[in-house]
Design a protein around this ligand. Structure first.
Ligand code: 5FU
Length: 274
């Protein structure tokens, strides 16, 4: 199972180009940290990305919250991605019929498929959401994550819903590279199947914080050690715990990013050595 292999062993075996790139980047940079840059001004966004870029394997975006967006911002983000060697994940959470999500993924002002290595979708519409997105993403070498679980209090993505999400992924494993989830999904929903031959699904996990247990809007945080060592997840996703409240203080942002990077990496080393 993926949990006991190193990131580089998994990179060598993976067939999806976006998953391979992410696993290689994690190994090269000794970082399983993703920073979620949830800020609304273009210059703040670029400053935070530039500050944390050297320390992360991946930058997660919500591109639709940027107030002064134009396509030039994407060019700048791609330059920073090359300069600092990180993967890009637009956290779009698609949730519509196949035809609509294919248009939302390829078109509009954001043209997500043209720049985001990885995106994600809610499994709620069923397998057609995967085929709709795959029609756009596969020719570009992109990867999709399914939201098998969420970090929020009272989330409905549990039990048989989570199991169906994993079955949808197994049926489309050339494009579905893993899950947004709080734990490993190996063997989940597998009936009479072979857990040993489970595909290599990456687990990217939001709801990570060292200082507080949650926010006033239902978010719940666990530590990098709980997420990576105890629950076997692959990438920690941290937003406010790193960019904080003072976006001008890039030195403090960088220091917090380094703290999370180290905690996430140490937890991984403990996991593979246990
Ligand atoms: F799918 C999910 C989820 O279950 N929880 C999340 O928090 C996604 N997220 C995203 O991760 C959310 O939209 C934010 O962009 C980010 C968490 O930010 P925070 O500031 O670390 O709470």
């Amino acid at each position: 199972p993926a949990q006991t292999l190193t990131y580089s062993e998994r990179a060598a075996r993976h067939k999806n180009p976006a998953a391979k790139l992410l696993l290689e980047t994690i190994e090269r940079k000794n970082s399983n940290l993703a920073v979620s840059v949830d800020v609304t001004k273009r210059e703040d966004f670029l400053a935070v990305v530039d500050a944390v870029g050297p320390l992360v394997c991946l930058i997660k975006t919500h591109i639709d919250i940027i107030e002064d967006f134009d396509y030039g911002l994407i060019k700048r983000l791609e330059e920073l991605s090359k300069k600092h060697d990180f993967v890009i994940f637009e956290d779009r959470k698609f949730a519509d019929i196949g035809n609509t999500v294919a248009l939302q993924y390829s078109s509009g002002v954001h043209k997500i498929a043209s720049w985001s290595h990885i995106t994600n979708a809610h499994p709620v519409p069923g397998p057609s959401i995967v085929s709709g997105l795959a029609s756009v993403g596969v020719p570009l070498g992109r990867g999709l994550l399914l939201l098998a679980e969420m970090s929020t209090k009272g989330a409905l993505a549990t039990g048989s819903y989570t199991e169906e999400a994993v079955r949808m992924a197994r049926a489309n494993s050339q494009f579905v590279i893993g899950f947004i989830a709080q734990r490993r999904m190996d063997g989940v929903g597998l009936v009479g199947g072979d857990v040993e031959n489970e595909g290599d699904f990456l687990i990217l996990t939001p709801g990570v914080g060292l200082e507080v247990k949650g926010d006033a809007m239902g978010q719940q945080y666990r530590t990098p050690d709980e997420v990576v060592r105890e629950s076997g997840c692959d990438v920690i996703i941290v937003g406010r715990g790193i960019y904080g409240t003072d976006l001008k203080d890039v030195d403090a942002i960088r220091l917090r990013a380094e703290r999370y990077r180290k905690e996430g990496w140490d937890a991984y080393l403990k996991r593979i050595r246990s």
